[in-house]
Design a protein around this ligand. Structure first.
Ligand SMILES: N=c1c2ncn([C@@H]3O[C@H](COP(=O)(O)OP(=O)(O)OP(=O)(O)O)[C@@H](O)[C@H]3O)c2ncn1[C@@H]1O[C@H](COP(=O)(O)O)[C@@H](O)[C@H]1O
Length: 93
């Protein structure tokens, strides 16, 4: 079974290459890396707020938003999930 993060990263990379009409990823990319970076910050704050006061379902939903936006930012930086996996592996005790 394909890893969902891997699959989503592949879809995001395709959207960034093809920039199709109606794609939210393409619309983010058009606004630039600074905008996407700020979205990652906003989504992170939404995870914090959900965790402090909105319950676990909202935490799961906001975490999914955060991970999606983070994957878009990584793709725009040219960083693969494998690079992040390698870094996590390197620091694992
Ligand atoms: N996983 C996601 C995903 N998670 C969250 N979001 C979008 O992220 C936005 C987060 O909501 P916000 O209220 O923070 O943002 P907004 O007000 O809609 O937009 P802004 O004007 O603030 O940028 C929503 O519009 C969600 O639809 C996502 N959009 C797309 N995907 C997946 O990404 C892939 C490519 O999608 P498209 O680029 O749309 O084809 C597909 O597999 C999608 O399922």
């Amino acid at each position: 079974m394909t890893d969902v993060l891997e699959e989503l990263s592949g879809i995001i990379a395709q959207r960034l290459r093809e920039m199709p009409e109606g794609s939210y990823t393409a619309s983010l990319a058009k606004k630039g890396k600074g905008y996407v970076a700020r979205k990652v910050g906003e989504e992170a704050v939404e995870v914090v707020v959900a965790s402090l006061s909105e319950g676990r379902e909202r935490v799961v939903s906001e975490t999914a938003d955060l991970i999606y936006h983070l994957l878009v930012l990584l793709a725009m930086e040219g960083i693969s999930l494998d690079e992040v996996r390698d870094e996590l592996r390197r620091r694992m005790k």
